[in-house]
Design a protein around this ligand. Sequence first.
Ligand code: FDA
Length: 963
Amino acid sequence: MGGPSVLHGLEASIAEIGRSLYERALRANPSLFDARGLRGRLAARALSDERLRSALFHFIDTLPQLDSAAEVAGHFRAYLGNYELGGLWGRVLRLGSHPALAGAVRASVQRVAREFLVEPQPSAIRRVLRRLARLPASATFDAVGEAVLTEQEAERYLQRNVELLELLARESNEPPAISVKLSALTARFDPLDRSGSCRRAMARLNWFLTRAVELKATVTVDMEQHELKGLILDTFFEVLEAFPHAGWLPGIALQAYAPDAPAHVERVIQFARSRRRRIGVRLVKGAYWDTEVALAEQRNWPIPVFLDKAQTDQQYELLTARLFDHPDVIYPAIAGHNLRSLAHAIAAARMRGLGRDAWEVQMLLGMADPLCKAVASKGIQLRVYVPVGDLLAGIAYLIRRLMENTANNSILRQTYAERRQLVDLLAAPHPAPVEAEGRATGFRNIPLIDFSDPKSAAAFRHALDAVRSGLGRTLRMNVDGTTDRPAGHHVCTNPASRDETLGVVEMASLVHADRAVANAVGAFESWREVPAMRRAELCRRTADLMLERRERLAALEVLEVGKNWREADADVAEAVDYLRFYAQQMEALDGWRPTAGFPGERNDLRYEPRGVAAIIAPWNFPLAILTGMASAALVAGNPVILKPAEQAMLIAAELHALLLEAGVPAAVCQLLPGEGETVGRHLVEHPDVGLIAFTGSREVGLAILERAGRVVSGQRQVKRVVCEMGGKNAILVDADADLDEAVLHTLHSAFGFQGQKCSAASRVIALKSVHDRFASRLADALDCYPYGPPEDPQYIFGPVISEQARERIERYVELGKSEGKLIYRGRVPQSGHYVAPAIFTGILPRHRLAREEIFGPVLSILCAENFSQALDMALDSEFALTGGVFSRLPEHIDLARRRFRVGNLYINRRITGALVSAQPFGGIAMSGTGVQAGGPDYLKQFLWTRVVSENTLRHGFVPPSAG
Ligand code: FDA
């Protein structure tokens, strides 16, 4: 279809259909815009007041989880107490803060929810079926729920769907229609583990679909967030293969806001054609627009949706037409509430002569009842999407609907609240010219690899193979100026497989260490004279080389320290960030800068390097921390000696090679693989080492601080120690916490990389009212994850670093059994250094499990009476590295901000994964020397300042100041 006259005819037809739909649809308002009383007043105010709208949604989001009247009143006051509505309604609003009115407030929100969500009782479903039959319209039902955390929840979701199917088969004259969300069918629906996720979802679907096919029920797969799209489509095509039954209509929702939607539409059409079977396509615009944009911006990924609404609307029309062109194999459902989009669909269907049975319009329950009536009155097949469930399960759905109704560019708002002119509402979408990306300038983190793209996953797999084929080499000891024999050999092994040797490293002796320091001293003079711009350039060049080899570096981490793919990639990305961030910072600090203006005198200050730096790094962030400390020292003008951890020497050797390849002189950057107790200690005590950057355990860190403080013969400067130590990090779970979020983020914070991050959570302090629920859900959620070699992406949890570490952690697990109650112990393979994850409850603040750093997958859950006590318990520790709070009460969040004094406090998010620049990272108290890495002040620790004051007065002549 095309050509100006056809298009003109189409537009004329849209205008005519649109007008008649409009006239009918305006006879009444959708319920949300028609509410009376307080609800109506609040809704009306919320449309014009962005902050009130946000406060209202926050309150509604919290409500399902609030048990007592006092809690409801407290949250009402916290979110809405500051808003003034005049007259009677203002007084009622103020009363909402009173516990006695909590019931009324809850009932009011329930009423809003019931506009969009049907109660799960058969009687309510019967009622809605009868109501729809009068329109007339049919229904597709959705047992609300998405992204489950445990397999038990997934099983319950399936069960609810089966019950719904049977109920509909009994109650309705038509074949049942159900919409399902695949992410609710398994707790691990992860695009990185495509085949496993697909298999798990299919295992549950098989049973349900067998029955659906028998009943000739239509089953439509809902589309979810962009990251899951590939996996959802793959699973959908697997369903089509597994259930080839003629006469059964499977369907998929496709989102027009995604620029790649046409490709998916074509894939479905081609498939349907090749199998000569009919497939339903529900065309939607897409429900996750705000989240997609925010997440992509946070992650620095390309934004996967259009940014101009007219582009979405235009693509919607193009895809409508495309679907209508294949009526023999596609059954289109045009889903939405936009007058123009619907009028276009009706006009396009008419132009093609499509009959009533060839397609249908779908709308969401409660969104646009008057428009439903108008469409039905035109003899168009109409189906209403009916979500079924309680408020707790349906809260995410409800919030999406409320946002959709009230967003500035929402068609419902424009039609019913703003009463836009008909010509505007029916105007053809005209996208504005694309503007250049308007993202914030300043430092930008390297985006992580998006493993939902199969090409990225394939490249990583390839890198793993390549790294493996190059393993087994011996890394020779090579310090210029000495041929001393190595002190020994270190065999590097894969922690996931005890017998696998990755390589052999010749270890440095003290002679090597002395020679390395002498070389560095010799190089210092010339290195500090290299302009800061040039040193920064070398860091950037190293970053570029690192990026070129990012998969290979990350693959080596997977094998050498047992990180999973995502964690290994994040470590490489962080290393790149440090190189670029410190380069940028050094450029800003470079050169003489005048101090305060002082007539007759010139006062200048400059930052200068301190001298030879020993970089003593840990194995848990094998590239990022070593690179961060080394690049800060180097770019500041200090020669470095890299003393990596024994468990991560192969990665360290890669970094060393990259720095030299980028052009850093060999004497300025030397690699000294050696034992901490001998070589590390020797460097710390060496009179010619002026700077020590250390990250590791508190025990070693304190010993370094002490030794570096002792002046030895021949020493010519006070040593500076930059020291990052461990933590005993606590997460507080408040009574009103969103438990879905708290469980998910605690799981990753406590067990990510097997709890071997200094930022990891090792204590949870849960309020009594949520303690048991939280603990059992966390245990069930953790149980969904098998442990295994992380080179296989189905495993996100792997081994601990060494046998020694394994034994130490196991001793803590034994201790925990006597101090508290072991409520969960996982299962692990025998082949490597695996520790089965453990969760304890009943731990008290005085117990060793609550006080000592374990550095393994062991979590203690403590119980607190109230938030203030929980905070006291969290602070009752010598460590103060990271902390977390899950709460939705603004007062508690404020209290935590003020009193929860740790280096990095995270609120309503996981407590690991700090990003350079955005979340400078490091501890205070006994967790570190208190200046965060990747922050504005870190680099200054590698520098000292010099000031020059010059008298410029000459016999009364005062020269002009130097600007
Ligand atoms: P309207 O014309 O107001 O469009 C709003 C939509 O435009 C937003 O939702 C967004 O998609 C898009 N948009 C908003 N701002 C934009 C901007 N600045 N730039 C570009 N685009 C912008 N959704 C989903 O993701 N998966 C699913 O499976 C389903 N299932 C479903 C079933 C049924 C029967 C219906 C009716 C709806 C869905 N939806 C859905 C929800 C659907 O995506 C949502 O209701 C529509 O996007 C609303 O579009 P309208 O045409 O009604 O409104």
